[in-house]
Design a protein around this ligand. Structure first.
Ligand SMILES: Nc1ncnc2c1ncn2[C@@H]1O[C@H](COP(=O)(O)OP(=O)(O)OP(=O)(O)O)[C@@H](O)[C@H]1O
Ligand SMILES: [Mg+2]
Length: 277
């Protein structure tokens, strides 16, 4: 297979005594949709936040194009072409949808190299209308503060923003959770279109039929670590659920479950079985 675009190796992140990530691995290739699945609390959002520069891992390595990187923040991640739709959305509630779309990447008119000019609200509005139309989002007023939009509309604004600016990889943390049937379909169409542009989409979803309909590959997290990888075309909802819950073990999985390299790794906190003091 091609060189991974983004790779996590043995990432660990603790919040107090909670281990959100414990030696978590993750791999994303160019031009694929990879679903990241796992039960509530498995560490999916923590992994996404770590790989998009929002939280710093306690240990482990992040590689972009095979080279180790330190992501000092979301802007740094953006410089590597990483965009994120956060589960908790991270929009500016008092700004309108067009301003949110361009947050941190405002358009200016006039001035030297556009730098000293004034904000070009008309241009931002035009590009926002185009971006929302492409997603099939019906906003009666792109000038209304995002706080006044419905949950689903807000989710669509966040997706439109990531899609408009992504150039290598987009993390979408449950982008369809608040959406109705039609809107959900539009977002999944958008995911496919983005993938066809050669961009990698990492999709987090609890909806297994949705995962199997849009993903090329599936990576499974359980208790803060990757426990299985599947090719979407070769697996079933039952198999995915089995891997998520731990019901499916390595012998039944025909090699899809992660090997003993991780499962058997020494855990400092685990009771020792060899009798050593
Ligand atoms: N900021 C935080 N402070 C304390 N604990 C946290 C924090 N963020 C996550 N955790 C804990 O880390 C674990 C993993 O959480 P995470 O949000 O990554 O799970 P998830 O797989 O995204 O779950 P869900 O499917 O419910 O969104 C949980 O036990 C959670 O309580
Ligand atoms: Mg989450």
């Amino acid at each position: 297979m091609a060189q991974p675009l983004l790779e996590a190796r043995r990432l660990t992140k603790r919040f107090g005594h909670v281990r959100a990530l414990q030696d978590a691995d993750f791999t994303a290739y160019p031009g694929e949709v990879v679903a990241l699945i796992g039960d509530n609390g498995a560490g999916k959002s923590s992994l996404v936040k770590t790989l998009s520069g929002t939280i710093r891992p306690d240990a482990g390595q992040i590689l972009v194009d095979g080279s180790p990187v330190e992501l000092s923040g979301p802007l740094d991640a953006r410089r590597h072409g990483i965009e994120t739709v956060y589960q908790d959305l991270a929009l500016a509630p008092d700004l309108d949808a067009a301003a949110n779309l361009h947050l941190g990447r405002e358009l200016y008119r006039g001035g030297l190299l556009g730098r000293l000019g004034v904000l070009d609200h008309a241009a931002m509005r035009r590009s926002a209308v185009t971006a929302f139309a492409e997603l099939g989002v019906d906003l009666q007023d792109v000038g209304a503060p995002v706080a006044t939009l419905s949950g689903g509309q807000r989710q669509s604004v966040a997706v439109a923003r990531a899609v408009a600016f992504a150039n290598r990889i987009i993390f979408m943390d449950e982008p369809t959770a608040a959406l109705g049937v039609l809107q959900r379909g539009r977002v999944l169409d958008t995911v496919r279109r983005v993938r066809d542009r050669g961009i990698c989409v990492v999709l987090i979803s609890h909806n297994m039929p949705e995962v199997l309909s849009v993903a090329d590959r599936v990576e499974v997290l359980r208790l803060g670590r990757r426990v299985a990888r599947f090719t979407a075309a070769d697996t079933t909802v039952e198999e995915l659920v089995g891997a998520m819950t731990g019901a499916l073990d390595a012998e039944e999985a025909g090699g899809a479950i992660e090997g003993d390299g991780t499962a058997g790794a020494p855990d400092a906190d685990a009771p020792r079985k060899d009798g050593a003091a």
